[in-house]
Design a protein around this ligand. Structure first.
Ligand SMILES: [Zn+2]
Ligand SMILES: [Zn+2]
Length: 417
């Protein structure tokens, strides 16, 4: 194994920090929803080109791929997602979103900035390594469509099959900390839409109706027994009914109700079991209510489980530890969030090792105080919160350092000239 000391590449960080912080604030002020990230994609393409990368825009609709060929050696894929969320920002920051109802509440603006920073450092230090870098800027992660769209757009045929897939997500950990978990690290998600059909009537004449409101309410309660009564104590699953809608007015019994259900699991066995239980309960409650039409269950979207390769995590974490300190790397265990980065590892002809880690963005003193008071969940805004606001400087430092170091742990040594 030939690896390169990351030190010389990282020496360039100080010189680009201010520029990266300005880029981050600009991206944060201009969030764009999934597959509408045209402004962001243009800025990425402009910068990566100026760093010396060969840039292909429009991959999987709005995705951007930046390639740097630097002689014989491994191909390393570095991935950042770049879509925002339909959230109204409430941080009050001077660089808060200028687009009403849209916010970078998941920190994907930080991912883009860190990857551009790493691409710049790696390009400037190209005398120190050999191989090929694929900088992958992915759209539409929040809707679980972007990675698949890029793969379906001929990603491997056009850009080659990487030897490793690396990426990171900013998280409510103390700034400077990194979290990496081998094996299933992010949950699989199944999002379902359920339509339950009753029979409408005047609100004063329930005997003439089949009431879908009661049917749906009963279904919600029964769905909450899946995890508690059907999944073993040592297994994990989450079943959330995030939306329940029916009716228009107090004195009208409607003829239909709609539920949206979000399911998180880590193993195929538990996933199959939960999905079967949802279907059984939904159908069973409709029968119990006397519904004349069977409910409709359709998929809204689905994320596969993110399965970190144990050896890839070990190798990457060893390199990160040597640079930022082993005491700053933790194993946070599996998280119930989902991520579609795994598509880049599982969709090629052979399975590609994947290492995807978390990096912290919160003032360590704030985290310590909240943990001491037992108010972490209340006081520290997490991803998707309208208050989510990573500290710019320290978060960027860690994110750029981690990506650059991880890439060098997989690229070849200095090219023989
Ligand atoms: Zn998100
Ligand atoms: Zn995210």
């Amino acid at each position: 194994m030939t690896t390169t000391e990351p030190t010389s590449a990282l020496r360039g960080l100080d010189a680009v920090k201010d520029d990266l912080a300005a880029l981050y604030r600009d991206l944060h002020a201009h969030p764009e929803l999934s597959f509408e990230e045209h402004r962001t994609a243009a800025e990425i393409a402009r910068r990566a080109t100026s760093y010396g990368y060969e840039v292909t825009p429009g991959v999987g609709r709005t995705g951007v791929v930046a390639v740097l060929d630097n002689g014989e050696g491994p191909t390393v894929l570095l991935r950042a997602d770049f879509d925002a969320l339909p959230v109204t920002e409430r941080t009050g920051l001077p660089y808060a979103s200028r687009t009403e109802g849209v916010m970078h509440a998941c920190g994907h603006d930080m991912h883009v900035t860190c990857l551009l920073g790493a691409l710049k450092l790696l390009a400037d230090a190209r005398a120190d390594w050999s191989g090929r870098i694929l900088g992958v800027f992915q759209p539409a992660e929040e809707t679980a469509q972007g990675a698949r769209a890029m793969v379906d757009d001929g990603f491997y045929e056009r850009f080659g099959t990487p030897d490793v897939v690396l990426g990171q997500h900013v998280a409510p950990l103390p700034a400077g900390m990194i979290g990496a978990h081998p094996g299933p690290a992010f949950a699989a998600t199944d999002a379902l839409r359920v339509r339950m059909f009753g029979k409408g009537a005047h609100g004063s004449r329930p005997e003439a109706s089949i009431d879908p409101v009661v049917m749906a309410a009963s279904t919600v309660m029964r769905l909450q027994t899946i995890v508690s009564r059907e999944i073993a104590g040592g297994e994990t699953a989450v079943v959330t009914v995030g939306s329940l809608r029916a009716g228009t007015k107090d004195n009208i019994i409607p003829d239909e109700a709609e539920l949206q259900i979000n399911i998180r699991t880590y193993t195929p066995e538990v996933r199959t079991r939960v999905l079967a239980a949802v279907e059984r309960i939904v159908k069973g409650e409709a029968i119990t209510a006397g519904a004349e039409r069977e409910p409709e269950i359709t998929e809204i979207d689905a994320f596969p489980v993110l399965d970190n390769d144990a050896a890839a995590v070990e190798r990457t974490v060893a390199a990160l530890g040597a640079v930022i300190g082993a005491d700053r790397i933790i194993d946070p265990g599996p998280v119930t969030g989902s991520e579609d980065v795994g598509y880049f590892a599982t969709s090629a002809e052979r399975r590609i090792p994947l290492c995807y880690w978390l990096f912290g963005g919160v003032d360590p003193a704030e985290v310590a105080a909240a943990q001491k008071a037992g108010t972490f969940e209340r006081d520290i805004p997490s991803n998707h919160s309208p208050f989510f606001a990573p500290l710019v400087g320290p978060t960027l430092d860690t994110g750029v350092t981690a990506l650059t170091t991880a890439a060098l742990a997989w690229l070849g040594g200095p090219p023989s000239r």
